[in-house]
Design a protein around this ligand. Structure first.
Ligand SMILES: [Zn+2]
Length: 247
């Protein structure tokens, strides 16, 4: 099919095929954050032919971001990340509809920005925003993928509202990870970003094309080269998702 010439190798991959490619081209994906994970995820989604991307990030590009934020170069330092990423993505694939919001995601703007999204990808660096995504994705019925990277390890978990465990099932209130290692106190190597982004983007492509997506939490440490799959059980008393709890 001529329209999909760009994706011929991906279509040759049997689990995707022409039907999967058509589903990707009709998909609308929100990405929260245009930093390390966000630029990798957006790059993969655009090259893979996801039809619409919505990207939100309030921040500007700094020199120290260039080590791991794949869409930016030296000339971008000082630019708004979301709108600059959108320009780069349009040059990579002009068929993709891209909307950029140079602002902070909050409960106030979530619905306006992500309405009609099929999937939201978390590429933030903080749990405050992740719990906003968790709460509102559940109330809007939009699946999302939690991703996080620090130092040499990271994790990825697909969360389907009222079907799988949510982020609050994984991290109960009171276990708020204030003392968790962060990029700011533990640093990060760029290869863990590529690795976790690859795991998350693969889950996204599987989900969007109708394949059975991985529902375990995937933990991967690129330095130690250890990978774990951890089943996260739903908490029937979860304050966020238990209202509609169904076995
Ligand atoms: Zn829950």
């Amino acid at each position: 099919m001529k329209a999909f010439l760009r994706y011929e190798k991906q279509i040759l991959f049997a689990p995707i095929g022409v039907n999967g490619q058509k589903k990707l081209s009709k998909s609308r994906v929100g990405i929260v954050g245009a930093g390390a994970l966000g630029t990798h995820l957006a790059n993969t989604c655009a090259r893979s032919g996801v039809g619409s991307l919505i990207i939100i990030d309030y921040d500007k590009v700094e020199l120290s971001n260039l080590q791991r934020q794949i869409l930016f170069d030296e000339s971008d330092v000082g630019s708004q990340k979301a709108s600059r990423a959108a320009e780069k993505l349009s040059a990579i694939n002009s068929e993709v509809q891209i909307e950029a919001f140079n602002e902070t995601l909050s409960a106030a703007n979530f619905r306006d920005i992500f309405k009609n999204c099929d999937l939201i990808l978390d590429a933030t660096d903080n749990f405050d925003t992740r719990f906003v995504i968790n709460q509102l994705s559940l109330s809007c019925g939009i699946p999302w993928i939690y991703s996080g990277v620090t130092a040499s390890s990271g994790q990825s978990l697909l969360i389907i509202p009222h079907k799988t465990a949510c982020l609050r099932c994984l991290i109960p209130e009171g276990d708020y990870p204030k003392n968790f290692p962060t990029v700011h106190n533990s640093g990060i190597i760029s290869t863990v970003v590529s690795a976790i982004a690859a795991i998350t983007a693969t889950s996204a492509i599987k989900y969007l094309t109708g394949a059975v997506a991985e529902q375990n939490l995937i933990y991967f440490d690129v330095w130690e080269q250890t990978l774990k799959k951890i089943y996260i059980e739903r908490n029937s008393a979860c304050p966020t998702c238990s209202a509609n709890f169904k076995e």
